[in-house]
Write a protein that binds this ligand. Structure first.
Ligand SMILES: [Zn+2]
Length: 459
């Protein structure tokens, strides 16, 4: 039986390889023609079945976004522009024979692999080909090929560069490939890269998950560090439930979790999540619970919800956060304010005509202008209020500083007289500020996270 299946698979593959023999459909991909057979494609793939039937819901644009949605005429060449030639051929090979090797020829020159003698077993070129194949398998609905690619990627990532592992991690998330996600997240967590570096490559919530994974693994005896249990702790479970509640706009449930289960909205990054993934109404309702700090800094860079709203160019979110006293002057650890983000987006837009990470088709310049106006006027209001409060503030500062200096001097056994304290205030003040600064900001080499506040007792 085994043998006969193998030969059947080879026979079908030969049909594809021999091209024009018995072919009744031709695809044109990157200027090259591929001859194929409707009945085989239709038998093996729901997408092609619908496509050849001209079914209304066949996403014909998958092949070519500009093609008409009518069934292809017999003999017509069908343009394919959504995937490359190489990947489309791999897809067809799999459909014809039920097997495919997603591997490059060794030493084959590839634009994304600089090493001339590379065997392309786990380099960027190899990873990229597998990721493209995974994406194509997913969009054409060929699940078995997606699973096969997942397995192959899992064996590749063990040896590939951490940048590539992060790329695969994101693809695993996008395509909901749990096994692959788990393998990659453990590899990245073990990499020892500090969170601020991770944040340059990965979104906020992924960095949070990785940090949590690190926390978990550091609690286990080192001998079992390779067998980290899946993220099924109470805390993680709670956060997942909270997110699901937010996703379905069920702020009432979140409120119950806060009151009944002691859920800490700041630790759980509830506002950050809601600003990024939910509607304005949900964010508003969440703020009105009064249980979340609107200026809570999160992630390795210490971004507040307003930073995120600015990055997303969402005037709705910016407005609702400012309404609830979000600080327009809040700075990340590297000193970036929400206004800075909007200004740099504006210059990106003016000079490059596009914004990184924002789909040009969905981008409206008006939204960016509106966000800028909202934040700018909030900054102005804040500075006017500050100016008005300055006089009384100044006198309080002097009082506080004298207090600190006097206490410190007393502790060190200095005799406090008027002149001495005055002379001491400057130096005391600077040491106090420095000490305060280093305890708030995690040093760049430490992997400690500020995603969750230190007082939180992790289960
Ligand atoms: Zn290579």
């Amino acid at each position: 039986m085994e043998e006969s299946l193998k030969s059947m698979s080879m026979d079908y593959l030969n049909l594809l390889i021999n091209g024009q023999a018995f072919s009744d459909v031709t695809f044109s991909v990157e200027g090259r023609l591929i001859h194929a057979h409707r009945c085989i494609l239709a038998a093996r793939s729901l997408f092609f079945r619908k496509f050849f039937c001209g079914a209304v819901d066949a996403p014909a644009s998958l092949l070519d976004p500009h093609s008409p949605r009518s069934p292809p005429a017999r003999g017509a060449v069908i343009p394919v522009s959504s995937v490359g030639y190489e990947v489309f051929l791999l897809l067809l090979q799999f459909l014809y024979s039920g097997q495919v090797s997603i591997q490059l020829q060794k030493h084959e020159p590839r634009p994304n692999c600089g090493d001339r003698g590379c065997w392309h077993t786990h380099c960027t070129a190899a990873i990229d080909l597998a990721l493209d194949t995974l994406a194509a398998a997913r969009s054409f609905g060929v699940d078995q090929l997606a699973l096969l690619t997942q397995k192959q990627l899992e064996s590749m990532v063990e040896k590939s560069s951490i940048e590539d592992v992060m790329k695969v991690l994101m693809a695993a998330r996008k395509h909901e490939m749990h096994q692959l996600w788990s393998t990659c997240s453990h590899l990245v967590a073990k990499s020892g890269l500090p969170p601020e570096i991770l944040a340059k490559h990965l979104p906020l919530d992924v960095v949070a998950k990785l940090e949590e994974l690190r926390r978990l693994s550091s609690r286990l005896p080192s001998s079992s560090s390779d067998h980290i249990p899946s993220l099924c702790t109470d805390h993680h479970h709670k956060i997942r439930r909270m997110r699901r509640a937010l996703d379905s706009s069920d702020v009432e449930l979140v409120k119950l979790m806060v009151m009944g289960e002691g859920l800490n909205l700041d630790d759980a990054l509830a506002l950050h999540y809601a600003v990024e993934h939910c509607t304005r109404e949900v964010v508003k309702a969440l703020l009105e619970l009064g249980a979340a700090d609107v200026n809570f800094p999160a992630g390795p860079t210490g971004r507040t919800p307003l930073h995120i709203a600015a990055q997303l160019v969402s005037p709705d979110m910016v407005a609702v956060l400012l309404d609830h006293h979000a600080d327009p002057n809040a700075r990340t650890l590297d000193g970036v304010t929400p206004l800075d983000i909007l200004r740099s987006l504006t210059s990106d837009f003016l000079f490059k005509g596009a914004l990184p990470g924002i789909n040009a088709a969905h981008f409206e310049p008006n939204k960016l202008r509106l966000c800028l106006e909202l934040v700018q006027s909030a900054v102005m209001v804040a500075s006017r209020e500050e100016a008005a409060a300055n006089l009384s503030l100044d006198s309080r500062m002097v009082y506080l500083n004298l207090g600190v200096a006097a206490a410190a001097a007393a502790q060190m056994g200095y005799k406090v007289d008027d002149g001495g304290v005055q002379g001491d205030v400057r130096s005391r003040r600077s040491t106090v500020t420095q000490a305060g600064g280093s305890s708030i900001r995690p040093s760049s080499s430490s992997s400690s996270s500020i995603m969750y506040s230190p007082h939180h007792d992790f289960p």
